[in-house]
Every structure is written in C-alpha cells, then in structure tokens.
Design a protein around this ligand. Structure first.
Ligand code: TNX
Length: 529
C-alpha cells in the first residue's frame, strides 16, 4: 500500500477516477481521444488465432440455459461447473450442469474431441449460433481457455457478483484458437513483501482470465523465507518473520502452499516454486549460523540491496540443506520444474558459481525435477532439460549452446514492477519505464533470430515487490500490462496489432471494475470515460 499523496494506491485510484485529484497518480490524466469502439465481441484478449463473427442473431443466455459436459465426470466436467459458477451470480440463472446425452435446446455444450490436430493440448474451437454454443477441445485445458473466451464475449457486467440486467448475448460466429507458446507465465515476489493465500488466489483469478498457465512464486530472498520446510523450521519461524522495511512478514505452511497449488491447478495454472541461491539467501543464513562460512548468523535484512549474500559453497552442510529443501519442495509440487534463481551473485568467482549451479542442478534432477535459473546459470554446464529465464536485456542474443530452452522475461518489456512512466507512484525504474505499448509491441522470437522457434518455451512477467505491499499494488502494476504479455505469449504474431490491441484493452476496463481490480489508466489506451 503506497503512502504519500494518496494514502494508498486504492485511495489514489479512487480519487483519480472521481477526477478530484490531479498529479499524484499517473492514472489521473485524461485519456486521449480514441478511435471508434469495437463491435461487441471483438474485444477478446489474447486475440484468438482465428475468429469470424457472422453477424447472425446471437445466442442468449436465459433462465433455461444448461451447461452440458462430457459424461463420466472428470476434469472436463469440472470446467463445466466452473463456467456455470462464473455465469450464475450476474445472471441469477440456475444454469444446471448436465451430462451429455439429454435432449433440449439452449445449451452450452463442452465436448472433448479426439485429437483434432489444429487444437493441440491447449487449443479449442467455439461455435456460436442463436440455438447453441459448442465448445470443443482435445483436453480439459482447451475447454478452460475456451470458457475464458466465452466469458469475454459476454458483456462486462457478467463479472458482477450479484444479479444484473441482461440481455446476456454471445455473438454468433466461429473461433479456432491455440497458443503460440507453451509457457505463459507470471511471477510474484512474495519474499520482499509477503502476500497472503487469499491475495495470491486473487492474482491467480486475474491470470486465468487471460489464459496465463504458469505462476512462478519467488519464495525466498534476503528479506524473507516464505515456505515452511519441516526439516529446517527456523527458516520460516525466524527467517520469514519480517519483510522490506522491517514490517511483519509471513509464510505459507506446507498445507497452504498445497492449497495454492490446487487452486492454481483448478485454473490450469502450474505453480513453479523458486528458492533463489547462491545469493539472495540472507534469510536462510540469518536463521542458521552453521550455513555461514564463519559460523556467525547475519541479522535479518529489511533493505533492498541485492547480491551481497551468498551460500558458503565450500561447506557440505550447504548441499545437505539444499537437498532437504528441494526434496520437500519437490514433494509438494506436482509441476515438473523447480526454480533455483542463480541471479546477481557479487561475491563468488565464475568457476565457483558454475560448480555450485551444476551441483544444485544434480540435486534438482535427483528429486525428479527440471531446473530453471535466471540468465546467469547459462554459464554453467546445463543438462538438456534445464531452462534459462532471460531477464537482463531485450537485445538480440544467441540460443544457449547446450540446447536449453528459454523463458523470455526481458526487463525492459516484461518487468511489471517497473514504473509505467515517471509519474507512477509505485515501482522501480532501473530497466526504464515499461509503458503498455512497450509491454505489448515486441516479438520474442525476434530476440533469438538464429534459433528454431522451439528454443523459446514462452514468456513470463515478473512482479518484484520491493515497493508493493498488498495485492492492490500488484493489480495496479499488472493491469493493463498482464493482458499485453498474455497476448504476446498466446496470439500469433500476425494477429497482433497495437492499434487494435489498445482498443480491445479499453473494452476490458469495465470488466476489471466489476471484478474490483485496480488498473492504471494509461494515456496510451482510449478508455471510455
Ligand atoms: C532484479 S531479476 C532482480 C531482483 C529484483 C529486481 C527488481 C532478477 C533475477 N533479480 O532481485 O527484485 O531486479 O526489478
């Protein structure tokens, strides 16, 4: 929660939306005159790979509409329950969920196809006529993404949490859609400031709306350790007690972490836990003196410097510790990846750093997981399944020599803890200002021109929390940039166009208002009043 001219970011934005305040929030500025509004239904983000609205009479949700799911239950049926749950509050309709086989009209039907090669693992086809909505996918994930599209084809008031006036029309047409990249991620730094389980769930719900499929949790840093490790209990009891500024911190019990993993999985989002090492490790060193080369624990740290702490790479106990932590995390995490950080080490020489990363990689692999590390790990000998997360620059680079895949998070494009412009009351600016257009107008594969497309696993937007203290601060930095990143990761380059995107973005804002999400009214976007 930002202090200062507005008291909090929520107060700041409320004031600016009442136009009663000028100057403290960048959001207070009047939007420029925008182009004409888009036709209803044409505002879907991320833009579908192919979409044709016929202009024929729309499908109307009514009190009789049913959701029909594949017989036999399972994940596909649960997507139907999720859809009905989304539509009930605003419509007030019963929207019964039924197994396939019954008769009758006015149905939204979810179907599993048998390997439609156009759709892959995450794609879907959606056909809408006045009589029916049919959503088809090879896998439940595709049905879930089709549901997000369906949701955005309905008026924004569909997001309301109590009954609103219809009509609830879905424009007639056909969409065939699948993602460009397998990895569409968001990272939340819960170490510099701690975010509660409920706050992280709110963020997961926002990510799901835009078909993001990975949530990377930065679970430890100099300022705090946020995940319970049973074999090293002081990590959280002491190492998790504070956060930046010295305010009380917090941590997730293993049960809470598992609850987050489940909540994300129900929305087809894979949680990727990160324990940052060998630097960014002060919270652990402060909790256990024996992890330090001199056996003396440093104090807890509430500042925002980086690179000063490092594991004692010559001590055996360091690797026993890492093995214990990675073992417990691997057991708690169904996803295939453990992130080990590896960034910004200022106190180890290159050879020592490389040896350390290679040893940690072995530990991660021995627990059945693949390793991800930031940029710098590329200097070590990586196993083929390891992944490098690019963060430092958005200039052209070569593919990793050893065949590792890349997650693209170039700070000048994808670091959403950067300020939008000089007036943004939150955030940092070491990578420059990340305007909405900068976040949108780039092509990941153009940054690695020599490589096959498959070298790029996908894109991810980190939000570091040195200056962000609650989830409303995070929302303000995420919106409207997360939809931009989502479209970079999902839509074919040929379907992407800034002029068109900023108009679709404007049409999303009433949805965020219904969802009570804060957003930055960037002057680059032709918002409606
Ligand atoms: C760089 S990105 C860091 C983080 C900071 C962030 C702030 C990376 C791998 N390291 O420790 O929080 O900048 O933008």
């Amino acid at each position: 929660m930002i202090r200062g001219r507005c008291g909090s970011i929520r107060a700041c934005v409320l004031l600016s939306s009442l136009a009663a305040f000028a100057g403290g929030c960048a959001g207070a500025r009047a939007p420029g005159a925008g182009p004409a509004p888009l036709p209803a239904g044409n505002a879907v983000i991320p833009a579908p790979a192919s979409m044709r609205l016929t202009g024929a009479p729309p499908f109307q949700l009514t009190a009789d509409t049913r959701v029909v799911v594949p017989a036999g239950g399972g994940e596909a049926a649960r997507v139907g329950d999720y859809l009905a749950g989304l539509l009930r509050p605003a419509t007030g309709f019963p929207l019964q969920v039924e197994s396939a086989g019954g008769g009758g009209t006015s149905a939204i039907t979810l179907r599993l196809a048998t390997n439609d090669s156009r759709l892959g693992d995450e794609g879907y086809a959606l056909s809408v006529t006045a009589d029916s909505v049919v959503l088809t996918a090879n896998r439940p994930a595709g049905l879930f993404y089709g549901v997000q599209t369906l949701r955005q084809l309905l008026p924004p008031s569909i997001e309301a949490d109590r009954p609103r006036q219809g009509p609830w029309s879905i424009p007639a047409g056909r969409i065939v859609d699948s993602p460009r990249y397998q990895w569409r991620g968001a990272m939340l730094d819960v170490a510099r400031h701690f975010f509660t389980v409920d706050e992280v769930k709110q963020y997961i719900d926002l990510l799901a709306l835009y078909k993001i499929n990975h949530l990377h949790l930065h679970l430890s840093d100099d300022q705090g350790w946020r995940i319970q490790i049973r074999s090293w209990p002081r990590l959280t009891e002491y190492g998790g007690s504070l956060e930046v500024g010295g305010t009380p911190g917090g941590y997730y019990t293993q049960a809470e972490y598992e609850e987050l993993v489940r909540y994300a999985a129900d929305r087809f989002i894979t949680v990727v836990p990160e324990i940052d090492m060998p630097s960014h490790i002060n919270a652990a060193l402060a909790s256990y003196p024996e992890l330090n080369c001199d056996g003396v624990a440093p104090p807890l740290y509430g500042g925002t410097n980086v690179g000063f702490s490092a594991f004692c790479t010559g001590k055996d106990i360091t690797y026993r510790f890492i093995d214990d932590v990675m073992g417990e995390l691997a057991d708690l995490t169904p996803g295939p990846f453990l992130h080990v950080g590896g960034d910004e080490v200022k106190t180890l020489d290159q050879a020592t750093y490389n040896r350390f990363i290679e040893r940690v990689q072995q530990i991660v692999n021995a627990h059945g997981k693949r390793m991800i590390g930031w940029d710098e790990v590329e200097n070590a000998r990586l196993s083929p399944g390891s992944v490098v997360q690019v963060w430092r620059s958005d200039t052209v680079r070569a593919a990793p020599a050893n065949g590792s895949q890349l997650i693209m998070s170039p700070a000048p494009r994808a670091y959403f803890d950067m300020k939008y412009d000089s007036l943004t009351p939150l955030g940092l600016d070491w990578a420059g200002h990340v305007s909405v257009r900068k976040a949108y107008d780039w092509n990941p594969s153009a940054l690695v021109p020599s490589a096959a497309d498959s070298v790029i696993l996908g894109v991810e937007a980190p939000i570091w929390s040195e200056t962000l203290t609650d989830i409303h601060d995070v929302e303000y930095m995420a919106l409207p940039r997360i939809p931009a990143l989502a479209e970079v990761g999902w839509s074919p380059q040929s379907a992407r166009d800034w002029e068109n995107f900023r108009r679709r973005l404007a049409a999303q804002a009433p949805r965020w208002v219904q969802l009570r999400l804060l957003y930055f009214r960037s002057p680059e976007v032709p918002w409606k009043p």
